[in-house]
Design a protein around this ligand. Structure first.
Ligand code: NAP
Ligand code: MG
Length: 469
């Protein structure tokens, strides 16, 4: 559907800098139309008040259609966001599909509660959908994060208006088409592509939106709190960035295993992962041996054409983003960090936005390369005098999304894990996860959780019904 004013924007592939699509450029008017459609659909009750088994049936059909269109979705994600096609096939599409199926299966198994009261009363506590959910999505995992928001929002009976990132709108649009084909009633799911200032802000300020579910940067996340405060006080949940540390203690077990996990944890998706393990805090004695292994891992990982099934490191999302990441690496070197490997742009496909896996040793804990999210294939190594110092360095940024501890003592590992301020702590692994575990952060990394039954809290309110007996 065209934008109300007919405008479009060019969607560029970071693979080769070519335009892959002209996309409708949504404005406040389009957001208003979408929100009103969502509101009507919610108020009409065909979805919100449907038997949970009916919502489950439609959502499972949606998951089936995603399977049937898996290759097309994988190609779109790879062309639009630069993900290696093998990752898009094996990770992005199945994870999005599984998320929708998981919430579909969950929703007819969630019970309410009866509160403890005196004998003269019966107090029921049930969940009700919020109404219209606005979802605002970043470009790093367009399919997966879209599913993380939409699956629990729709399963619980809400209507939704989703604004994908301008860099990567294509798979959200394709998903919405499949949702309509699966039987989502008209108006229940609306996707409005466009820019943050033109479409995101009007969504955040709309008086008929009950909730914003946001994933993206700290700066923009905080703006949504302002939009809510200046409009109708809508609920806002924020999944923001991270600067996740690996705490590698002197008694860490197999360093080859640790280096593999650390390498994948930063270079997967070219480091454009909110919980990427972008820092290693290692006890000094182990630093040379671990660093040597990490450099080897980085040298072996060669950026390639995302369309080639053998590629493990694809393009960064855009030319602008690549320039920003390279600039941060240059400035870090200027601040006394030592560049150990990488740091340069490469062009496996002419015109594309690629860079080498990069490892730096950071000497100053206040260096921006330690403090700020880079969102690229850039790992900073910090050395610690002992475990206490390592914990202090690990906690020494504004972020609190995830962390890892490497130790052969399960006792020590748990003691350290307790003291790391993060929404997720991995012990002797990294990035292991499941739909059954909540995901989100503390401190500047935001609040609210995606995944697991706890995500239902973000899309429902608790209704008390008190009966006098
Ligand atoms: P971003 O700039 O914050 O954008 C996120 C979304 O907000 C996009 O749809 C964007 O629209 C929109 N937006 C931008 N400015 C806006 C404004 N003034 N008003 C309303 N909406 C606005 O983040 P990004 O660059 O896309 O993504 C990278 C960031 O996301 C990183 O910081 C990363 O850590 C974070 N992230 C966090 C998680 C997590 O779960 N914690 C997951 C993934 C990513 P346009 O871009 O289309 O203009
Ligand atoms: Mg794109």
């Amino acid at each position: 559907m065209p934008a109300a004013d007919g405008r479009v924007f060019e969607d560029v592939s970071p693979r080769d800098g070519r335009i892959v699509a002209e996309v409708a450029r949504g404005s406040a008017e389009d957001i208003d139309l979408a929100v009103r459609a969502a509101r009507r659909a919610f108020d009409d009750g065909a979805w919100a008040s449907a038997d949970p088994r009916e919502r489950k049936r439609v959502l499972l059909r949606w998951a089936e259609l995603i399977d049937e269109h898996a290759e097309e979705l994988a190609q779109l994600e790879s062309a639009d966001a630069g993900h290696p096609i093998t990752d898009a096939r094996k990770v992005d599409v199945p994870n999005a599909r599984n998320c929708i199926a998981w919430y579909a299966e969950a929703i007819d198994k969630v019970y309410g509660e009866i509160a403890p009261t005196g004998a003269d009363a019966l107090a029921l506590i049930g969940r009700e959908p919020l109404g219209v959910v606005g979802a605002v999505i970043p470009w790093n995992y367009p399919l997966i994060i879209t599913a993380w928001k939409l699956a629990p929002a729709l399963a619980t009976g809400n209507s939704a208006v989703l604004k994908p990132a301008e860099q990567s709108p294509l798979t959200a649009l394709a998903l919405a088409e499949l949702g309509a084909e699966a039987g989502l009633p008209d108006g229940v799911l609306n996707v409005v592509p466009g820019f943050g200032e033109e479409a995101g802000e009007p969504l955040g300020r709309h008086l008929l939106v009950d909730k914003i579910a946001f994933t993206g940067s700290v700066e923009v996340g905080r703006r949504f709190l302002t939009y809510a405060g200046e409009s109708n006080g809508k609920a806002v949940s924020l999944e923001l960035g991270g600067k996740s540390p690996h705490v590698v203690l002197a008694d860490a077990g197999d360093l080859d295993d640790a280096a593999q996990a650390i390498g994948w944890g930063i270079f997967y998706n070219a480091g454009q992962t909110c919980h990427a393990g972008s820092r290693v805090v290692v006890e000094r004695a182990l630093a040379p041996a671990l660093t040597e292994r990490l450099l080897e891992f980085a040298r072996d990982m060669v950026p390639g054409d995302p369309a080639d099934a053998a590629t493990t490191l694809g393009a960064l999302v855009s030319e602008d983003h690549l320039a920003g990441v390279l600039g941060r690496v240059d400035r870090a070197s200027g601040n006394g960090a030592r560049l150990l490997v990488g740091g340069a742009r490469v062009e496996p496909v002419p015109g594309g936005a690629y860079m080498q896996p990069t490892v730096l040793e950071a000497l100053d804990p206040s260096d921006p390369i330690v403090q700020e999210e880079v969102f690229g294939p850039v790992l900073a190594i910090q050395q610690a005098d002992d475990a206490e110092h390592a914990i202090a360095l690990a906690n020494g940024t504004g972020y609190g999304l995830a962390a890892a501890v490497w130790s052969s003592s399960i006792t020590t590992a748990h003691q350290v894990a307790r003291r790391l301020r993060a929404g997720t702590v991995w012990i002797n692994t990294f990035d292991a996860s499941s739909l059954t575990t909540p995901f989100g952060g503390v401190k500047d990394s935001g609040h609210g959780r995606d995944r697991s039954l706890h995500a239902l809290d973000a899309y429902t309110h608790l209704k008390t019904t008190w009966v006098a007996l």
